[in-house]
Design a protein around this ligand. Structure first.
Ligand code: FAD
Length: 320
């Protein structure tokens, strides 16, 4: 039985790291070096995203395989329904199964580039719920399944005033419950910067009988423009005090990073103080801020932050 399920139910605080497939071969090599250093801190798992519209399918499969079998970390692969007929979905699932990967983050995915709305392709799935049902009915209990949760509501239901109506929020929650009832073991949330919104979301989930672990997705602020782009895309609420703190330092990258570490640490402290024992860090393929936050929280030791030469991957084992 896969370790992610056990790890996220443990009594101690556990953390995980998300990465995305880099665009260049050098970027991929650098990512493995970085992952290797980060895995030394014992994350409960690491996950690799599925590029929008399936754009990185082959690379995601290759990276996931190396994460599981060379970096040797419990690996979760993201998988979306966008542009994916069921045969392609099964190809991806059979590939990771044959590579010993037992964890999938089952997603609907965003609409393909240039389209406003998600459209179900012929022979494909309409939503993450369909994908969860398919994975459970076809692969039994082999996979641990994670799904996405949206503390502020999915961006599609967030109105021009920046918030979801209560009705839309409630219907999102009921839909999330369907994903869990269909077999999801774990929820990872969309990024947020208002911790109270996350804590309310957890409470609201519990009220309607969603009992699985709900893991907060924490994205350290690394860069002001990137922060605005990401929060704009996800329609994330930015609390006034964060805007006020960033405005005077927005052109000073080092100061923004330092603030991001401070803010991430304070957010995590508050979350942990409410009895939540899991943290998921959206690393954006960078290690410093994520590790600094974990060090501030006393979850990793500074002496273990590697200053040694980067790890070198064995040559050509997987590359043809
Ligand atoms: P779903 O769970 O299917 O639903 C999205 C929303 O649509 C729901 O909140 C609900 O309001 C509505 N909805 C859908 N079906 C129904 C229904 N039957 N009944 C009622 N309401 C319904 N995208 C990528 O392309 N690649 C990634 O690797 C990736 N990783 C992600 C990781 C996390 C943790 C998160 C939070 C998001 C990630 N995304 C990724 C983005 C994600 O694909 C988008 O947010 C997408 O728009 C929705 O995917 P979903 O799985 O949440 O969709």
């Amino acid at each position: 039985i896969e370790k992610v399920r056990q790890n996220t139910n443990s009594d101690r605080v556990v953390f995980s790291f998300e990465f995305f497939p880099p665009k260049t071969e050098d970027g991929v090599d650098n990512l493995f070096d970085r992952m290797d250093r980060m895995v030394a801190h014992n994350p409960s798992f690491c996950d690799i995203t599925w590029g929008a519209g399936g754009s990185t399918a082959d690379l995601t499969l290759e990276i996931a395989n190396k994460m599981q079998n060379i970096i040797c970390v419990e690996t979760m692969m993201h998988l979306t329904c966008t542009n994916m007929p069921v045969e392609k979905i099964d190809h991806a699932l059979r590939t990771i199964k044959s590579n010993g990967i037992q964890n999938v983050l089952a997603l609907r995915g965003d609409p393909p580039h240039g389209q406003d709305k998600f459209v179900q392709i012929e022979g494909g799935f309409a939503c993450a719920l369909d994908l969860v049902k398919h994975i459970r009915s076809t692969y039994g209990d082999y996979f641990g399944i994670t799904v996405a949760g949206y503390p502020e509501g999915h961006p599609d239901v967030i109105g021009p005033n920046g918030v979801a109506s209560n009705e839309a929020y409630q219907s999102d929650l009921l839909y999330l419950k369907k994903k869990v009832d269909a077999g999801a073991d774990l929820i990872i949330t969309q990024l947020f910067y208002d911790t109270d919104i996350f804590l309310k979301f957890v409470n609201d989930c519990r009220q309607i009988g969603i009992n699985c672990p709900i893991v907060p997705g924490i994205m350290p602020i690394n860069n002001y423009k990137g922060f605005l782009r990401m929060t704009g895309f996800c329609k994330t609420k930015i609390p006034a005090e964060i805007t006020a703190a960033l405005e005077p330092i927005k052109d000073n990258e080092e100061a923004v990073k330092a603030y991001g570490i401070h803010l991430g640490t304070e957010m995590c402290k508050k979350i942990l103080a409410h009895g939540i024992k899991t943290l998921h860090l959206y690393t954006l393929n960078m290690e410093k801020s994520a590790l600094a936050i974990l060090m501030n929280l006393g979850l990793i030791e500074e002496s273990k932050i590697s200053r040694s030469l980067p790890w070198r991957r064995p040559t050509n084992i997987f590359r043809v």
